[in-house]
Write a protein that binds this ligand. Structure first.
Ligand code: PMP
Length: 294
């Protein structure tokens, strides 16, 4: 069995200090645990460089602000801490997980005076989905839960509480033999997967849901840029589930999933084809660290 995360070797950056992973503990009476007052990031280092690392740090700070707290480190300090922990752990190709949360000074709904903590962990992590599957395409179920109305939840933050419905939906999908689930939004429009954004291809053009009530992923933005460089039109719009049969290809994007083809959504088949493959290759090239200019 794989080593559990709380016993993983290597150092974790915790509130400004590097501590051995198994010692990076918090108390059970922590606000972040009881009230989901926690925000986090998922990042990847390729060849020792974190892809769009500063934008991840900015998003982390912004997610905290949405939850009404301030991380007591600047974007530059967070960037430096991420690089330090990668270096100290001797990792080049790795997943990077910063998390910030409210501490233990108050343990009720109100938490005005709680100290804000920040931890950064890194670990070696290959493809999210099996690599052969990534090319063949994964199968998605349709989730029962819907992405909430922006008036119901802080849906543009990468906040721990928003993942409650994602874990339930992913578990239900896995129990039925699917890799993941596609979620609709509160209006019944196609939204995203439990931890990745979704794209479709129709007549040589890419269509993707407007990110107005779910995370506008950095991988999503990268793929839109890459498609632009290939002169492939990308249309961000309202997509209803009854349109699924009109799309020829489907793929999902995320730091963990990278670009992964989808072969089926709840009985509707897609052909992981030319555009998906092209963008998978372009994304792989894009994330490689750029050689310093001469
Ligand atoms: N949506 C959700 C719910 C996610 O968890 C993620 C992964 N962070 C994404 C989309 C994709 O975001 P990114 O490309 O920035 O990793």
């Amino acid at each position: 069995m794989a080593v559990p995360f709380d016993q993983m070797e290597g150092l974790i950056w915790l509130d400004g200090k590097l501590v051995p992973g198994p010692d990076a503990k918090i108390h059970v009476l922590t606000h972040g645990l009881h009230y989901a007052s926690a925000v986090f990031e998922g990042e990847r280092a390729y060849g020792g460089t974190i892809f769009r690392g500063t934008e991840h740090s900015e998003r982390l700070k912004n997610s905290a602000n949405v939850l009404d707290f301030e991380i007591p480190y600047s974007v530059a300090e967070i960037d430096a801490a991420k690089t330090l922990v990668l270096e100290k752990n001797g990792l080049k190709d790795a997943y990077v997980r910063p998390i910030a949360w409210r501490g233990s000074e108050q343990l009720g709904v109100s938490a005005q005076n709680n100290k804000i903590h920040l931890a950064i962990a890194t670990w070696e992590w290959p493809s999210y989905f099996d690599p052969a599957q990534r090319l063949r395409g994964i199968r998605l179920d349709l989730a029962d839960y819907r992405r909430p109305d922006p008036k119901t939840a802080p849906c543009l933050a990468k906040a721990a509480g928003l993942y409650m419905i994602c874990t339930i939906s992913k578990h239900r999908a896995e129990k039925k033999g699917y890799a993941d689930a596609l979620m609709l939004d509160w209006q019944g429009r196609v939204a995203e997967c439990t931890g990745a954004n979704v794209f479709f291809v129709q007549d040589g053009k890419i269509h993707t849901p407007t990110a107005d009530c779910f995370l506008d992923g950095l991988t999503r933005r990268t793929v839109i840029e890459l498609a632009g460089r290939r002169r492939i039109d990308v249309i961000e719009r309202r997509i209803m589930p009854d349109e699924l049969p009109t799309f020829s290809e489907c793929f999902i994007t995320g730091t963990a999933a990278e670009v992964t083809a989808v072969s089926e959504i709840a009985g509707r088949s897609f052909n992981p084809g030319g555009i998906t493959r092209q963008l998978m290759d372009d994304y792989t090239a894009e994330v490689q660290p750029k050689a310093a200019a001469a």
